[in-house]
Design a protein around this ligand. Structure first.
Ligand SMILES: *[C@@H]1O[C@H](CO)[C@@H](O)[C@H](O)[C@H]1NC(C)=O
Ligand SMILES: *[C@@H]1O[C@H](CO)[C@@H](O)[C@H](O)[C@H]1NC(C)=O
Ligand SMILES: *[C@@H]1O[C@H](CO)[C@@H](O)[C@H](O)[C@H]1NC(C)=O
Ligand SMILES: *[C@@H]1O[C@H](CO)[C@@H](O)[C@H](O)[C@H]1NC(C)=O
Ligand SMILES: *[C@@H]1O[C@H](CO)[C@@H](O)[C@H](O)[C@H]1NC(C)=O
Ligand SMILES: *[C@@H]1O[C@H](CO)[C@@H](O)[C@H](O)[C@H]1NC(C)=O
Ligand SMILES: *[C@@H]1O[C@H](CO)[C@@H](O)[C@H](O)[C@H]1NC(C)=O
Ligand SMILES: *[C@@H]1O[C@H](CO)[C@@H](O)[C@H](O)[C@H]1NC(C)=O
Ligand SMILES: *[C@@H]1O[C@H](CO)[C@@H](O)[C@H](O)[C@H]1NC(C)=O
Length: 887
């Protein structure tokens, strides 16, 4: 707790603004239950205080009238609004008398809430209304003078309300909390609140979004899935100013969006809102991930293509699949195995018949010798089997979740299981030790943690009233009991925490334990893929969208899903390519790899009873794969640089168009296209039989990366029909960008690689870009300056000359493996170049012994000319300047 006592003073304020506010307030209306019973009548304002810092305002509230629906009202509430920095206001409402459950700061590190203070009989002037408005912030908090109590958060710069609860009732009971914010229906555009499979990325009026981690297949739209993220971003039309709202609460909840309001119905914890000022979408994510944790850096290899299937029978099948890719000339960087490899589905074991240790070791050694990687699955349930060493060690260390006085006995793939309690430090130690023992047998490169919602094949009978809360959240879309097919809410964790409160944290805690264990055992940057997530999971894990179906709808839904994961601070995200459940078709699989090649995480995965769907099995799919993945691998340095930005400031790798074009409201409703970083636009085919796409091109020039002659000029944003024959996905680079492309289909920064610099010019003849380089697997990304480098490139056309320059922005990492042998400039004015332009090259570090050469040629590409310089041998890590005399 805070130790220094802050002198409190009453706020005396009669700002015209509040009078205005009070006049605007709507008539109070009681909160109603589903059957129209009154759930609560709201709270009355008693008093408020501001501290001398001007960053904290507290208030005492008293229930107006009792309602016993969903339980007794908590009589006195404590309200605290605080600015922890100028871009973020926190508003916390809790029981004034009794401490309540909230996500521990040990799990999501953040400031402890301000110390609770009781009403010290504040003067009459303190009653009424109050304001919190630090001069350096654009956010203003006001308490409203009307009864019931409400508050608003608005922007100082525009007066616009971002969050306003005046007019709606606050309900606060032990196991039912309700609060609403009204929204300007014609201006608000909300995104987030997940995890759900959705047709529309933007929330749609009438959406009822439930949050309770469950093993429900992702092919079911609009129901609560594996993760819980009570965060949304609101982009206001038409200016495109964005803010973010997090309700930091781990209990089950329903979130109801009407278009004119958003209502939270939560079954426990406290109301702890963080509102992030933005005002750009990029800034909102920076502010959000500063609070919840920056996304974990992923190793360079994890941006390569990956193959998995539930149902590989034995190690020879794995070898055949790896060989199948090689023979077809389709790049494959990572091979995976689902639960099939285990002995009777026991974690950390190998099936002695089909996946024997010696053969598996050979298999993994071969992959490694070939620059490839291997990842296997782990489930949390530990088989209850007295001859199983992992079980024995777990029992000895007493690491399992408890229920009714003993270890909770669930049933998953191996049959009866106990679940490690990752809230117990001993469980993380146990888990880490098991991983380390297993890796001595099989040095896997990454781990995939599944079934961690927790998924349970049985539903235990209710034990205490925690198992049957008074308000039933809309679990599974049918108000299914919260205990259904999971660990019962009445189970106990370390420190006597109840599953009721910590349920949604399990995947996060297992991700943290697995991430830390891999660092400890490998000394390298870990790769963890988790199905279940919570706020802050991105700090430890990658994610995939879960069990989708091999259907065209699911292909389309994958775009909202990956964009949502980015908003939730988990930028390493992909959907199972070609579909998990059911039989894919040749056409669907072909279109899916075209899109999936551009997911941040690109993996083909299928279910046991479905037909095989490795990409080499059909000629047309193989063609699509070679083409799309060919571009993906060329773009790996770009993807990796986006990973760095994500890690530094939370910007998603795959982004909605409005991230780069917030001032263009047409981008707000787009569900069928996305950006990689801010310079690559992906416009896939999502319909069977289609050979063209209606795509939106925001303002600018867009260069087709498969066909440089195909350039779309959109002086203002434009909807355009573009051709998409069966082997083609449209991927466009935004004019004004420079890319570093690699010329290999390996995913390594430590093997010799020739690089190309591709400059696509804007209308002014300018382009810029950056690349981040390290060894691809050092634990920290952008840590010690000797381990990484950022290089910035510029291209400028002036007086008949093109200048391509590089500067080292930061870092001193050195390798001689990464050599630029080619520079290409696109988008030169037609007729501005001679056939054989002359090239001059200056390099500040000739001492490194590089021979500089280069031959230029130019050609006409449609309405534009381009220049290509080949035969260079220039380290990417050295500063250089290339001048090309165009005429
Ligand atoms: C509500 O009920 C509590 C007892 O549960 C009582 O102390 C309190 O006075 C009641 N409040 C009102 C406003 O009736
Ligand atoms: C692996 O399974 C395949 C298909 O069932 C079979 O043909 C092959 O012989 C098996 N290999 C081994 C080593 O058992
Ligand atoms: C325990 O594991 C051993 C080794 O895998 C297996 O043979 C045995 O059937 C298992 N026992 C039970 C009760 O599942
Ligand atoms: C809880 O444990 C008691 C005592 O062992 C037992 O009688 C009871 O059946 C258990 N309850 C459930 C729901 O398993
Ligand atoms: C759990 O949910 C499944 C699927 O809706 C349902 O079939 C089953 O009856 C439920 N079990 C309980 C105990 O509610
Ligand atoms: C998938 O194809 C297999 C093999 O043709 C068939 O046995 C199975 O029934 C199909 N599954 C579905 C869901 O259609
Ligand atoms: C890579 O570069 C080499 C030498 O410059 C060239 O022959 C080859 O075609 C390039 N490969 C690709 C995939 O671009
Ligand atoms: C183009 O680059 C030049 C030199 O860096 C700069 O002065 C100019 O403002 C740039 N134009 C645009 C539109 O960015
Ligand atoms: C380079 O990076 C280091 C480490 O992140 C940072 O402390 C330093 O300020 C950076 N320097 C520049 C010039 O950006």
């Amino acid at each position: 707790m805070e130790t220094n006592t802050v002198r409190m003073r009453s706020i005396i304020s009669s700002h015209a603004f509040f009078l205005f506010l009070a006049a605007l307030s709507l008539l109070p209306s009681p909160s109603l239950s589903q059957d129209d019973s009154v759930v609560g009548y709201g709270y009355r304002f008693i008093s408020s205080q501001a501290d001398v810092s001007g960053n904290l305002l507290t208030a005492q509230l008293q229930v107006i009238r009792n309602s016993s629906f969903y339980g007794a009202d908590i009589q006195k509430l404590y309200f605290a609004a605080s600015f922890e920095n100028k871009n973020q206001i926190r508003i916390r409402i809790t029981d004034a008398e009794e401490p309540r459950w909230e996500v521990p700061t040990e799990i999501i590190p953040r400031q402890r809430p301000s110390e609770q203070r009781h009403d010290e009989g504040g003067s009459a002037a303190a009653r009424g209304h109050a304001v919190l408005s630090p001069p350096d912030s654009d956010l203003v908090l006001s308490l409203t003078s009307t009864s019931p109590f409400g508050f608003t958060v608005s922007r100082r710069s525009s007066g616009e309300f971002l969050f306003r609860t005046d007019g709606g009732s606050l309900v606060f009971k032990d196991r039912y909390l309700e609060i609403s914010s009204s929204l300007p229906g014609d201006r608000a555009n909300l995104y987030g609140i997940g995890e759900h499979t959705r047709k529309s990325f933007r929330l749609v009026p009438g959406d009822k979004l439930t949050l309770w981690n469950a093993d429900t297949a992702a092919m079911n739209p609009d129901v609560n899935l594996y993760g819980s993220h009570p965060f949304y971003m609101d982009v206001r039309s038409p200016e495109g100013k964005a803010h973010g709202v997090l309700l930091l609460n781990s209990n089950g909840m329903d979130v109801i969006y009407s278009g004119n309001s958003i209502t939270y119905r939560v079954i426990g914890g406290v109301l702890d809102f963080y509102i992030f000022a933005g005002p750009s979408p990029v800034e909102v994510l920076d502010q959000y991930t500063e609070l919840i944790g920056r996304p974990a850096p992923m190793p360079y290899w994890s941006f390569g293509f990956q193959q998995c299937r539930y149902g590989y029978k034995n190690y020879t099948e794995l070898e055949e699949v790896v060989a199948g890719y090689a023979n077809a000339g389709i790049p494959l960087t990572v091979m995976w195995t689902d639960i099939d490899y285990m002995d009777a589905y026991k974690d950390f074991t190998l099936d002695p018949v089909n996946f024997p240790a010696d053969k598996m070791r050979q298999f993994v050694d071969h992959l490694h010798a070939n620059g490839q990687k291997y990842v296997v699955i782990l489930d949390p349930g530990i088989s209850v089997n007295t001859t199983y060493a992992t079980y024995q060690r777990g029992m000895e260390a007493q690491v399992f979740i408890k229920w009714n006085g003993t270890n909770y006995l669930g049933v998953v793939w191996p049959g009866p299981v106990y679940f490690p309690d990752f809230l117990n430090p001993a469980a993380s130690q146990f888990w880490s030790n098991e991983i380390s023992i297993f890796r001595k047998t099989l040095p896997v490169d990454g781990l995939w943690i599944d079934m961690n919602e927790i998924s349970n094949f049985i539903t235990s009978p209710p034990l205490t009233d925690l198992d049957t809360p008074p308000y039933s959240i809309n679990n599974g879309g049918v108000r299914r009991p919260i205990d259904n097919n999971t660990v019962p809410a009445s189970s106990l964790h370390y420190g006597d925490l109840t599953e009721y409160n910590v349920h949604n944290l399990y995947g996060l805690l297992e991700s943290r334990a697995t991430h830390d264990a891999l660092i400890k055992d490998t000394g390298k940057r870990p790769f963890v893929l988790s199905r279940s997530t919570f706020v802050g999971s991105g700090k430890y894990t990658a994610h995939w969208t879960g069990d989708n179906a091999a259907k065209w709808e699911d292909l389309a839904y994958s775009i909202p899903s990956i964009l949502n994961s980015g908003l939730f601070g988990i930028p390493m995200i992909g959907a199972d390519i070609c579909g998990f459940n059911g039989n894919t078709t040749e056409e669907l699989c072909s279109r899916w790899i075209q899109l999936g090649a551009f997911y941040p995480f690109s993996r083909d995965h299928s279910e046991k009873s479905s037909i095989r769907q490795e990409l080499y099995l059909w000629k047309s799919v193989a063609e699509s794969a070679k083409k799309a993945l060919g571009l993906r691998y060329r773009l790996l340095p770009y993807y990796y640089t986006q990973m760095f930005y994500a890690h530094k400031s939370g910007t998603p790798i795959a982004r909605p168009l409005f991230f780069s074009f917030p001032e263009d409201p047409h981008t707000y409703g787009i569900n069928t296209q996305f950006l990689i970083g801010d310079a690559i636009l992906v416009s896939p085919v999502l319909q069977p039989g289609a050979t063209s796409v209606e795509a939106y091109f925001p303002k600018g020039r867009w260069f087709n990366l498969f066909d440089y002659a195909d350039i779309i000029e959109a002086p203002s944003g434009q909807e355009i029909t573009i051709q998409a024959p069966s082997d083609t996905i449209n991927v466009h680079a935004r004019g004004g960008s420079i890319f570093v492309l690699q010329n290999t289909t390996t995913a390594s920064l430590t093997t010799s690689t020739s690089l190309e610099i591709l400059a696509v010019l804007d209308e002014e003849g300018n382009a810029t870009g950056e690349v981040f380089i390290d060894d691809g697997e050092v634990v920290e990304m952008g840590g010690d300056v000797s381990e990484w480098t950022i290089i910035r490139f510029t291209c400028r056309i002036e007086g008949g000359k093109a200048h391509v320059r590089s500067v080292v922005v930061n870092g001193t990492y050195w390798t001689d493996k990464l050599v630029v042998d080619k520079v290409v400039i696109l988008g030169l004015k037609s007729g501005s170049t001679s056939a054989l332009p002359r090239v001059h090259i200056e390099n500040q570090l000739i001492s490194a012994g590089k021979v500089l050469a280069g031959k230029a040629s130019s050609s006409s590409r449609g309405r534009f000319d381009s220049v290509e310089i080949t035969g260079l041998s220039q380290s990417i890590l050295e500063k250089f300047h290339i001048q090309i005399d165009l005429v």
